[in-house]
Design a protein around this ligand. Structure first.
Ligand code: PEP
Ligand code: CO
Length: 457
């Protein structure tokens, strides 16, 4: 799609740059940059997501609500990776299904906002829209929308991906090091000791496999994919490339891109732009989504019913999920589609505390996850995955969980630039909750491999 064609479409949640020529210069530069991810990797992920949709794998998608330029460091990336590897090992071991690992990472720098403006003590300025658009500080300079920031997004994403690739292919993710992923963290909670116990078991199982002669790179490397909300149309379009193998367009800013709850208008620019790229796509669905809207979105984005193309990420809120999700699933199933259903238990459960912090309660988050599993269990459909905002740091942003954080604790380490994230302990606790539900499911579902073996016999 050309720059002009994109600009002619109805757009929401976009920056308003004071200098149009400056934007064009940045777009020119971005169009020349090398891809951040490769088309073949996007295809691999799409195939793995097809397994999720078919009920043979589980997706773990996690990371910051908003990445920031200041937080870009090796330690930060490493801790985020380690918490997600720990979570996925908990889920894989318990449920015995492959876990597809996707970070909200290397591109998650732009945020949709419910209000364009923010007022503090009588001063009104544009809202913070993520480091991709403007600065967090409450000053007129910081809050001005600046297209040069898109170049910094590209550079920060490139540095992040470089390290992610090194860590996941270069030994850090070696399954035989499960204990090490935990070593940097305080081990004094119930969740930590549960994790240590599981790591012992895994270590024994692996030693057994190695003794049996299994020497395989699957023990020492993992596939970890990058994803972000494809919010900024100019950036995403400028990073679209024609793949030399297939002659098809891919958005090479990330492997997996999703359209947010606020930008998924059927006739809007986001749907129109992403419809044309071959990456696997997510769409966030909030509690007011109708089954007809979900089907229409799938029809627009995936007219060929391609396996793994569409992931619906539902974010209903703990109080709504059991009422709203069944109708959506039934409507989509009735249209003959097989999509991946993923639960985002964060965005429907945000509230503000009396002392002014935007937070979420771990109990609500866990309850929405339970609701998600309850609904799928009742309908006989596959709960395909979890989409969470988390960090490897011991922040205090969500209340409850293993350390029973209270509203008064939030001030201690409230560091998010946007929504509150689960800290490492809360993340692991949620992984154990999911693992327990997956294990229960496994014992009740028929095993397709077994069935095949019996038929063959
Ligand atoms: C997000 O994922 O950070 C987000 C803004 O989500 P949603 O589109 O579901 O509100
Ligand atoms: Co968020």
């Amino acid at each position: 799609m050309s720059r002009e064609d994109l600009r002619a479409l109805p757009q929401v949640q976009q920056p308003s740059y004071p200098d149009a020529a400056a934007l064009d210069r940045v777009v020119d530069a971005l169009e020349k940059r090398p891809p951040l991810v490769f088309a073949g990797e996007c295809d691999d992920l799409r195939e793995q997501l097809a397994e999720v949709a078919a009920g043979r794998a589980f997706l773990l998608q996690g990371g910051d609500c908003a990445e920031t330029f200041d937080a870009l460091s090796a330690d930060n990336i490493k801790r985020k990776l380690m918490v997600q590897l720990s979570m996925s090992v908990v889920m894989t071991y318990a449920a015995q299904v492959p876990v597809v690992k996707v970070g909200r990472i290397a591109g998650q720098y732009a945020k949709p906002r419910s209000k364009d403006l923010e007022t503090r003590e009588g001063v009104t300025l544009p809202s913070y829209r993520g480091d991709a658009v403007n600065g967090f500080d409450f000053t007129p300079e910081a809050r001005t929308h600046d297209p040069e920031r898109l170049m910094r997004v590209y550079d920060a994403s490139s540095a992040t991906l470089n390290l992610v690739r090194a860590f996941t292919k270069g030994g850090l993710a070696d399954l035989r090091a499960v204990h090490l992923w935990n070593a940097e963290f305080v081990r004094d909670s119930r969740v930590e000791s549960e994790y240590e116990q599981l790591a012992d078991e895994i270590e024994r199982a692996l030693a057994f496999m190695v003794a049996c002669g299994v020497r395989d790179h699957t023990l020492s490397t993992v596939d970890f994919y990058a994803s972000h909300e494809a919010l900024l149309l100019e950036y995403e379009r400028a990073l679209t490339r024609i793949d030399s193998r297939t002659q098809q367009p891919y958005d090479v800013s990330g492997h997996f891109l999703w359209i947010g709850e606020r930008t998924r208008q059927l006739d809007g620019a986001h749907v129109e732009l992403l419809r044309r790229v071959r990456n696997p796509l997510g769409v966030k669905l909030g509690p007011t989504t109708t089954p007809e809207q979900a089907v229409a979105l799938a029809d627009a984005l995936d007219p060929d019913h391609e396996p793994g193309r569409i992931t619906f990420i539902t974010r209903m809120g703990a109080r709504r999920i059991r009422d709203v999700l069944p109708g959506l699933i039934e409507g989509v199933e009735a249209s003959g589609r097989q999509v991946a259903w993923v639960c985002d238990p964060m965005h429907g459960n945000t509230f503000e505390t009396a002392n002014g912090f935007k937070t979420r309660s771990f109990a609500d988050v866990a309850d929405e996850v339970h609701g998600f599993f309850d609904v799928h269990e009742r309908l006989g459909t596959w709960p395909g995955g979890l989409h969470v905002e988390l960090t490897g740091d011991d922040v205090t942003e969500c209340v409850g969980g293993a350390y029973s954080l209270t509203e008064d604790d939030l001030a201690a380490r409230y560091e998010t630039a946007c929504d509150p994230r689960l800290n490492r302990n809360q993340s692991l606790e949620l992984a154990f909750t999911v693992a327990q539900r997956l294990r229960a499911l496994r014992s009740t579902r028929h095993n397709p491999v077994q069935e095949f073996a019996i038929k063959e016999f």
